[in-house]
Design a protein around this ligand. Structure first.
Ligand code: ZN
Length: 171
């Protein structure tokens, strides 16, 4: 049985995509605990996680406080360069238009996501900003990492929100 609320402790010995996504997933769980839409992200450079963040739009009243934006800023500060061309970003959901745009201008090396988003995703879902014909910067994109878990967690959140809304309306 899949327990989506359990933190993931992947083995340090096998640092594959699932390893990094597990850390992004744990960030998403922190967002859940704060009643934020559960999306988490980490930035990886030379195999090391140099930034981790979760969505904070509700708490900060800031529509730009998405996990990806926060993680990108953190990573740039850490390496002391706005160019992230030696970094990869792992995020639990396909990035939205804003975050995909930020990833393009950050010159990220690659983006790895969990759940794909055919409605708002801009790395292959609704459109694909990673390979704009006129852009010099193209990057690798891979989706579907921990897809089941990332999907279940987001679904659970929106179900919870719908239930809360119904509850409110009943009173
Ligand atoms: Zn976003």
């Amino acid at each position: 049985m899949l327990n989506i609320f359990e933190k993931r402790f992947p083995s340090e010995l096998n640092r594959n995509d699932e390893y990094y996504m597990s850390h992004a997933y744990n960030q998403a769980l922190i967002a859940w605990e704060k009643d934020e839409v559960p999306v988490g992200a980490v930035v990886v450079q030379a195999g090391q996680i140099i930034a981790s963040a979760h969505n904070q739009t509700r708490r900060t009243l800031d529509p730009t406080a998405h996990a990806e934006i926060l993680a990108i800023s953190q990573a740039a500060k850490y390496i002391g360069d706005w160019r992230l061309n030696e970094c990869k970003l792992y995020v639990t959901k396909e990035p939205c238009p804003m975050c995909s745009g930020a990833l393009v201008v950050s010159r990220i090396q690659g983006v790895y996501f969990g759940l794909n988003d055919p409605k708002m995703g801009c790395l292959g879902g609704a459109i694909n900003l990673s390979n704009l014909p006129s852009s010099n910067h193209k990057f690798k994109v891979k989706g579907g990492i921990l897809k089941k878990e990332t999907h279940a967690l987001l679904n659970a959140f929106f179900e919870k929100k719908r239930a809360e809304k119904k509850e409110k309306e009943a009173h």
